[in-house]
Design a protein around this ligand. Sequence first.
Ligand SMILES: NC(=O)C1=CN([C@@H]2O[C@H](COP(=O)(O)OP(=O)(O)OC[C@H]3O[C@@H](n4cnc5c(N)ncnc54)[C@H](O)[C@@H]3O)[C@@H](O)[C@H]2O)[C@@H](O)CC1
Ligand SMILES: [K+]
Length: 471
Amino acid sequence: MIPIHTAQTVREAEESFFAQQPGVDLMQLAAEAVAEAASKLLEGDRTSEGAVLVAVGPGNNGGDGLYAAARLAGQGIPVSLWLTTGQAHPDGLHAAREAGCREVDALGATELLAQASLVIDAVLGIGGRPGLDSVVATFAEQAEALAIPVLSVDIPSGLDPDRGHVEQDGFRAARTVTFIARKPCHVLQPAAGRCGVVQLEDLDVPVATRPVALQATPADIARLWPVPGPTSHKYSRGVVGIDTGSTRYPGAALLGTIGALHAGAGMIRFVGPEVAAQLVRTQLPSVTHGEGAVQAWLLGSGWGQTEANRDRLAAHLGVKTPAVIDADALLSLPTVVPPNTLLTPHAGEMSRMLGVERAQVEADPLTHARETAERWQAVVLLKGATQYVVEPGGRVQLAVPGPHWSAQAGSGDVLAGICAALLAAGLSAADAALLGASVQAMAAKRRLGPWPPEVIAREVAAVVGGFDPVW
Ligand SMILES: NC(=O)C1=CN([C@@H]2O[C@H](COP(=O)(O)OP(=O)(O)OC[C@H]3O[C@@H](n4cnc5c(N)ncnc54)[C@H](O)[C@@H]3O)[C@@H](O)[C@H]2O)[C@@H](O)CC1
Ligand SMILES: [K+]
């Protein structure tokens, strides 16, 4: 799991490091890493005038950029500096001038762009207020329009380091070299999409504070997956009870059942409406029909918004079996849900659950996911380009990210089914959510393109097969 830290936490780590080791110059270490990354991006194209154009802001982020500029100029690479506010880190500026960097103004920077091989974005880092001055914003847009690679120092300037929300257009980096720890903007969409490849340089500065979130990696998912052993049987692997679908939406029932089956459910009992049951029967012969003991319920997908939802939900929740509650059922929740319940809303559903606008959830998903988890004392999987697993008490985990092709009808139905299979296998709701969302993303990555959700669901089985240590 990759720890994600806020700008404040990173600052505190830096301060206590300085207190203990005052002789270490972190800015030089940062600049060295930036210069090395720049050299790699240049790929030998160092001849054109203004090969590297460094946009320099007034603070230490600009300082990193200036010392990196000095290093590159020292290697004989032509480097131009644009001091975006006219102010700059004094020692860094001195070093860059000494090394032979030349200075341009805003107009000169724009003119040079067409010939530049690389832009280093050292305007603002973790000390910046979100947003860019309009001249810098225009420059960033032009760099993107001309497809000039951008190397961002610490964060693409103008982003809020602690959020995934993007206020305005700005730099779109090919690579971001960040320091000490990854910040939320590096992993939360849509901001993460502006960072390009994120390269972490920890500078040997330890961070003692609890991370704000943990980002899962494919290796974490493989390690945590409940692979069956020699004593496993269908009941021990977990029986999933599925009550999903309606006359209007029978397909949702089939998709969730396909999801559960391909994620390794030991057995499935389908108890949804007959129209959905018929569909499942013809497509999935291993699914059984009718009531019986189950280890987890899958509820809500494709119910439609009807008065009957509250009773349909209550009929299953009464027995305190763990449950995945999805889609329309999320709007009929009782005030208390059984332990190990997983709620799987997207932003629109979460906004209705909380009685706020969808835009508010999208602008600050984490706060709203936390509020949802606290209100129902249940684990929440907030679906979207970034998939947040939030527990009551505040622990936040982020699923392995996947391609944006998955933003399609039916993905959520499949995902709920995958999570239900994991819940039935005995995982906690948080692990079921993290593994479920991650494995679907990993499957979508293997099947890149606009494949329908049931195809991605079948690919899940292939991904899970790779987790088996025996074969
Ligand atoms: N804290 C750390 O761990 C380390 C920090 N380093 C660098 O230092 C950076 C942080 O430096 P600073 O704290 O000086 O902050 P920044 O360099 O990010 O920006 C602060 C400066 O920009 C001005 N400013 C803020 N928002 C603005 C806006 N929207 N438009 C125009 N000007 C604005 C402020 O008045 C201030 O002068 C990091 O991002 C990183 O690049 C590295 O040198 C190494 C380690
Ligand atoms: K920057």
